[in-house]
Ligand binder design. Sequence first.
Ligand SMILES: CC(=O)SCCNC(=O)CCNC(=O)[C@H](O)C(C)(C)COP(=O)(O)OP(=O)(O)OC[C@H]1O[C@@H](n2cnc3c(N)ncnc32)[C@H](O)[C@@H]1OP(=O)(O)O
Length: 146
Amino acid sequence: MPTIDETHIVNRERVQPTHANNYQSAHGGIVMKWMDEIGAMSAMRAARESCVTAQMSSVDFERPIPIGDTALIESYAYATGRTSVRVRIEVAREDPHTGDTEETTSAYATFVAIEDGTPTPVPDLTAETEAAKQLRETALAEEPDR
Ligand SMILES: CC(=O)SCCNC(=O)CCNC(=O)[C@H](O)C(C)(C)COP(=O)(O)OP(=O)(O)OC[C@H]1O[C@@H](n2cnc3c(N)ncnc32)[C@H](O)[C@@H]1OP(=O)(O)O
């Protein structure tokens, strides 16, 4: 049975001029692409199957990520349905010299496990550590209405 800790994925992308909008910071669509990709990785760890994105909601762009900073993208699965996996995704800007971080973007997403083109059941997700239990409780309390 997969654990929440096993679904925790971390990725970094250095924000380049090719990722930018007209304001010298990361384009929102590029940030969402990074979030979708890493969210799918967490979902697949939980589902033990390939997953497609069904929904991304409460996408909150709190702050920009300037060119030259690192985008630190993290996700974890916190709940499952019959064939779906719900994932929390958070992004921070990270100073490449100091490692200092500041939250910039977050979202909740639902992915669906697919086998031969149709939704397929996923295993239950367990929270083995106190930290994982806390992550799950926070996400369940704060996720948008479905
Ligand atoms: C990684 C990528 O880039 S993937 C590309 C982008 N994504 C896509 O192309 C997916 C396009 N959408 C689809 O193929 C379909 O809508 C699917 C596979 C997501 C769902 O197909 P459906 O025929 O609706 O399946 P079904 O009604 O059996 O529902 C399956 C599960 O999906 C959930 N679901 C379906 N649509 C949504 C939605 N819009 N939002 C949240 N959950 C949804 C259902 O609640 C159900 O969950 P459960 O089994 O845990 O109870």
